[in-house]
Design a protein around this ligand. Sequence first.
Ligand SMILES: C[S@@+](CC[C@H](N)C(=O)[O-])C[C@H]1O[C@@H](n2cnc3c(N)ncnc32)[C@H](O)[C@@H]1O
Length: 323
Amino acid sequence: MEQCTGFLQGDLEVKEPVLNAPRVRNLINFTPLRYPGGKGKLAAYVKRLLKDNNLLDGQYAEPYAGGAAIALELLFHEYVSEVFINDISQHIHAFWDSVLNHPENFCKTIAETPINVSVWDKQKAIFARPNEHSKFDLGFATFFLNRTNRSGILNAGIIGGRAQAGSWGIDARLNKDELIFRIMSIAKIRHRINLFNLDAIDFMTEINPSLSDKSLIYLDPPYYKKGRDLYYDFYKHESHSVVAKFVDEHLKKRNWIVSYDNVPEIKNLYRNHRFGIYAIGYSARSHGAGSEIMFFSEDMNISPLVGAVKAIEGFGIQEILTA
Ligand SMILES: C[S@@+](CC[C@H](N)C(=O)[O-])C[C@H]1O[C@@H](n2cnc3c(N)ncnc32)[C@H](O)[C@@H]1O
């Protein structure tokens, strides 16, 4: 159980040397991690929800943070004052812990580490035996594999294969300059990021009493159907059901949203809650198997869907069509 809070801004001297980044530059993507099932495309919608529910400048918590793309965007765009991010994965936590506590060293390591198959093998060996290495080395190995594996899936193979014969090479997704820039940008606001490495329910139990009324909790648990393929830590049916029960019993007075793959088992677990169905990065096929579902806490205003997502059902579609 670990929590990194209360960073002093003065702890960190964000010096220039590691980076050759130009001085004036905008962040467009915020997280250094590629995340299978990452919810960055829902950031615009979460912003809209915060606005429509008078939650601007409050707190935002993600019990299943993964790449934390939304949390970071909300901070960088000043929609919330602080975020609480949690993930049970020892690897993902080691990454965030290293970025938040040792950003300069992390960036220096990125700058100095060659990107090739023999380094990949070395990082893979560290990743496979997490308890035999420092948290920093594990955090870096997680980052390296996330950026050099196919689709960012931690147990997938190398982009371009061991032979590196294809048109995409191992370094295709590891743009050092850009990733260093993201990490140093995160470092500058790290005093507003509270990091946890708990089971989601323990995390919510711990932070619940200290959250203000102006807060939003976004639960994005491992997918019901695809979770086993995508994450090292996934749930069986019983765990999904325990989470749904926890939400019902302990988050009654909170503003929360939950997102999942749109499957009957999940609809049944959250049957007492309002929902909307949508497709992320949608294509012609996404009306069927690819759709996702979002449930809302009782008193929340459900905003119309905005951003690079497509509403399929709910989200005030009727209102929009008849307006
Ligand atoms: C769907 S992903 C979250 C993706 C994230 N919303 C993003 O945009 O990057 C689910 C995450 O839950 C984490 N996880 C799995 N079981 C957990 C548990 N019991 N408690 C907390 N986190 C868990 C996994 O490690 C994974 O990172």
